[in-house]
Design a protein around this ligand. Structure first.
Ligand SMILES: NC(=O)c1ccc[n+]([C@@H]2O[C@H](COP(=O)([O-])OP(=O)(O)OC[C@H]3O[C@@H](n4cnc5c(N)ncnc54)[C@H](OP(=O)(O)O)[C@@H]3O)[C@@H](O)[C@H]2O)c1
Length: 331
């Protein structure tokens, strides 16, 4: 029996679809407040039998911050995919991010040990790796380091990973994936998919830096392949291509048939934008542009996918194709 956390999110919903579609017995946790409607919608993107497949998931109400709430879901489970995490780049969410992701992951690791789970696949992020800002490729060996420009999200994902490494020391069979920016259909209002919606709604600016992108179904493929392998106690960058934001935004706009964002977000514009955004937050508006995000948008960041390709033979879908398929669903 497999258990999935974060099944009501972009990655988790695609993972659930893939597991269920291949005939696996699957449980998923959700919070009492979670909505299942986007998950159902994701199933309809891939199957005409969406409702029937969706009905095969056994849902348990649980919060990764409340260890007792996990017990029932963990009974008789052998394999766990831990995808649940809070994602936010609002500096006001820093404490909540660290609490949710660090304590939540510690609780999942503890439950895996208590319930003698055979293997845990933990979803980390490239945000938990060391930085290389000159375009040279970051590898799995690069250790995260404290830096005043680290976002709360980055700190929370690094510290979550530390809990999973602690689990390994305590006898847990685990493997970690570090995806770059995940692109895929659904969940248009938040997270990485919101990029499509913003460009559709007329975004005019592009950031001058570059970073890694990967299709959601490739992340799922890598996770399942690692779970079913003998690989243990290692982490893997999951990345298809390293692309300038300008090029990624252009591809999205072209596939959506809308105006290409063609104004460069210069350092001066960026500095004005995050200060205005900060000012707006005094009146209760959520932060969308932060100093750290503006700085990150100028970095030339690249990630190596050599290790996962060598170990599993996975071939990544080109980002143009991922964007094309994703845009079709939004249209
Ligand atoms: N999206 C990306 O570009 C990207 C890139 C690299 C790594 N990642 C990592 O990939 C994973 C999945 O990301 P995503 O894009 O799918 O995020 P998402 O769409 O925001 O989904 C997050 C999931 O986590 C659940 N969750 C959060 N806090 C929880 C708690 N306390 N108890 C139970 N469930 C909780 C959410 O449940 P609710 O529905 O109740 O909110 C939701 O199911 C995360 O670990 C993220 O850090 C994402």
């Amino acid at each position: 029996m497999i258990l999935v956390t974060g099944g009501t999110g972009l990655l988790g919903s695609h993972l659930l679809y893939s597991l269920i579609n291949s005939g696996k017995e699957v449980r998923a946790i959700k919070r009492a407040s979670s909505s299942l409607s986007e998950v159902k919608k994701v199933f309809t993107f891939y199957s005409e039998n969406a409702e029937k497949l969706f009905a095969k998931i056994k849902w348990f109400d649980a919060d990764i911050l409340i260890p007792e709430s996990l017990d029932e879901a963990f009974e008789k489970v052998s394999h766990v995919y831990h995808s649940a995490a809070m994602i936010s780049f609002d500096p006001g969410d820093k404490e909540a991010l660290i609490r949710n992701n660090l304590i939540g992951t510690a609780n999942i690791v503890d439950a895996c040990i208590t319930f003698n789970i055979k293997k845990l696949v933990h979803v980390s992020s490239t945000a938990a790796l060391g930085k290389q800002l000159n375009g040279e490729e970051v590898t799995e060996d690069m250790i995260w380091a404290p830096d005043s420009m680290n976002s709360g999200y980055s700190i929370s994902k690094f510290r979550s990973e530390m809990e999973v490494w602690r689990g390994l020391e305590e006898g847990l069979n685990m493997v970690i994936v570090n995806p770059s920016i995940i692109l895929g259909p659904g969940f248009w209002q938040k997270g990485s998919s919101a990029m499509f919606k913003k460009i559709k709604d007329g975004l005019r600016f592009y950031a001058t830096g570059s970073t890694g992108f990967v299709g959601v179904n490739d992340v799922v493929k890598a996770m399942i392949s690692l779970m079913e392998s003998d690989i243990k106690g290692e982490r893997f960058i999951i990345n298809s291509e390293n692309i300038p934001y300008q090029k990624a935004f252009k591809m999205i706009a072209e596939e959506l048939g809308v105006r290409v964002p063609n104004f460069e977000a210069t350092p001066l514009l960026g500095a004005i934008a995050w200060r205005l955004d900060s000012f707006k937050s005094w009146f209760g508006f959520p932060r969308t542009i932060t100093k750290e995000a503006v700085a990150a948008g100028r970095n030339l960041t690249a990630f190596s996918n050599k290790k996962i390709q060598d170990k599993t033979g996975i071939e990544f879908e080109p980002i143009r194709e991922v964007i094309s398929q994703t845009a079709k669903h939004l249209k």
